[in-house]
Design a protein around this ligand. Structure first.
Ligand SMILES: *Cc1c(COP(=O)(O)O)cnc(C)c1O
Length: 379
C-alpha cells in the first residue's frame, strides 16, 4: 500500500525488528556482521558498505523523494562530494551563482584543480542556463533552489527539460524545501542532495547529508562512491535523522506559517528596506512555486536601512539566536556578508545583493508573537 508522505515519515524506521517488535529501529552499533556459513551473508557484511540503521534511513529518504535509492553521508558536503565524483577531468558543470558557501569551496578548491570546472549562472533565469549549455563539455547542472541567502527560485522542471535530451545530469540541492515542499526527482531532476543537518533532522543536533537518485544506474554509481570513499553516516546519527524525519511535515508547516507572518510583518516595518521570502506576493519566481504546488519554506532574508544597526540587532535578540546553520526548531539569525559568505569576492557579493545590511532568519516553531516581539525590540 502506498501511503502519504506524513504517514511514511512518521513511521520511518518502524517494523524493522521482527524478532523483538521494537517500534523504533535499533541503533546497530557494530562495525562488522557475522556470516552464517561460507558463501552466505545476512545481507550485511561491514558497516561502511551497509548498516541496518543507516539502511532504514536510506529507504525512507528514497521513498520520500520518489527515488530509486537513498544514501546517507557524514555531512551535506560529503553527499555533494560523492555526487561530484560522477564527473571527470574536462567536464563542466553549470552551478547556481549564489549557493551555500561550502559548495563553492568544494567546486573551486577541490574539484577545479582536478579539472572539473564550475560555470556560475543565475539559475533562476532559464535563459541563462540555456545560454551556458553552449559551453563545450557541460555534463551537469547543479541547482540550489531556493538559494541561500537570496532565496532565488529555479524552475527545476524547465532546467531538467533542457538537460535531459543533452544527456546532462540535473542535480538539485533541496536542503531548504525538503520533499515536504519540493520533490526534485518528480520534477525531472536526476539527483537530489541534502544537508540533513538542516530541516531533515531539524533539531540542530547532528551533521548529516543525503543523496537520492532516480535511476538504478545512478544508484549503482553513487553506491560505489559511498562505499569506496567511505564518508558514511554512522548508526547513531542515522537514528537521530530518522527521529527528526518523523516530525518533518509538522515542523515545516508550522515553520512556514511562522515565516509567512514574520515576512509580512517585516515588509511593513519602517526600518526594513527589502524582504525576501518566497511566500510574499512580489517575490520573483513565486509563480513557479505556486504552479508546481511547492511550499515557500521558512527562510527569510531582509535588508535593514543602515548597516550600523546590524551589531545591535545581533547582540540584542533574546528569542532568535545569533548563530549559523538553519532549519531547526529554534529560530536563528545570521549575517551572511560576514558569516556564511565571507569567501565570496566583495564585488561579487554586492552584485548578488549580499550586502552589509542583509540579515537572514531561519524561522523555527516558537510562538510567532514572541518572535515578532523580539524583532520589534531590536529594530
Ligand atoms: C548546510 C548546507 C550544505 C552543507 O551541508 P553540511 O551538512 O553542513 O555539510 C549544503 N547545502 C546547503 C543548501 C546548506 O544549507
Amino acid at each position: 500500500m502506498t501511503v502519504q508522505l506524513s504517514t511514511l515519515l512518521a513511521q520511518s524506521g518502524n517494523r524493522k525488528d521482527d524478532r523483538t517488535g521494537a517500534i523504533s529501529v535499533p541503533i546497530y552499533q557494530t562495525a562488522s556482521f557475522g556470516h552464517p556459513a561460507l558463501g552466505q551473508s545476512t545481507g550485511f557484511d561491514y558497516s561502511r558498505t551497509s548498516n541496518p540503521t543507516r539502511l532504514a534511513l536510506e529507504e525512507t529518504l528514497a521513498a520520500a523523494d520518489g527515488g530509486v535509492k537513498g544514501f546517507a553521508f557524514a555531512s551535506g558536503l560529503a553527499a555533494i562530494d560523492a555526487v561530484l565524483h560522477l564527473f571527470r577531468s574536462g567536464d563542466r558543470i553549470i552551478v547556481t551563482e549564489d549557493p551555500y558557501g561550502g559548495t563553492v569551496r568544494l567546486f573551486e578548491k577541490v574539484f577545479r584543480p582536478l579539472g572539473i570546472d564550475a560555470i556560475y549562472v543565475d539559475t533562476s533565469e532559464l535563459k541563462a542556463v540555456e545560454e551556458a549549455l553552449k559551453y563545450p563539455g557541460v555534463k551537469g547542472i547543479f541547482v540550489e533552489t531556493p538559494t541561500n541567502p537570496l532565496l532565488k527560485i529555479a524552475d527545476i522542471r524547465g532546467i531538467s527539460a533542457l538537460a535531459k535530451p543533452r544527456n546532462i545530469l540535473t542535480i538539485v540541492d533541496n536542503t531548504f524545501l525538503t520533499p515536504v515542499f519540493q520533490k526534485p526527482l518528480v520534477l525531472g531532476a536526476d539527483i537530489a542532495v541534502y544537508s540533513a543537518t538542516k530541516y531533515l533532522s531539524g533539531h540542530n543536533d547532528v551533521v548529516a547529508g543525503a543523496v537520492v537518485v532516480g535511476t538504478t544506474e545512478l544508484a549503482e554509481r553513487i553506491g560505489f562512491y559511498q562505499n569506496a570513499i567511505g564518508a558514511i553516516l554512522g548508526p547513531q546519527d542515522s537514528w537521530l535523522v530518522i527521529r527528526g524525519l518523523k516530525t518533518l511535515p509538522l515542523r515545516l508547516h508550522k515553520q512556514q506559517e511562522n515565516a509567512q507572518r514574520i515576512a509580512s510583518w517585516l515588509s511593513t516595518h519602517p526600518r526594513v528596506r527589502l524582504v525576501r521570502y518566497p511566500g510574499l506576493a512580489q517575490h520573483p519566481g513565486r509563480d513557479i512555486l505556486t504552479r508546481e504546488n511547492i511550499g515557500f519554506g521558512s527562510m527569510i532574508s531582509f535588508e535593514v536601512d543602515a548597516a550600523s544597526r546590524v551589531a545591535k540587532i545581533l547582540s540584542g535578540v533574546k528569542v532568535f539566536l545569533f548563530a549559523e546553520s538553519l532549519g531547526g526548531v529554534e529560530s536563528l539569525i545570521t549575517y551572511p556578508a560576514v558569516q556564511t559568505h565571507t569567501d565570496l569576492d566583495p564585488i561579487v557579493r554586492n552584485r548578488l545583493g549580499i550586502n552589509d545590511r542583509l540579515l537572514r532568519l531561519s524561522v523555527g516553531i516558537e510562538d510567532v508573537n514572541d518572535l515578532i516581539s523580539d524583532l520589534e525590540a531590536v529594530l
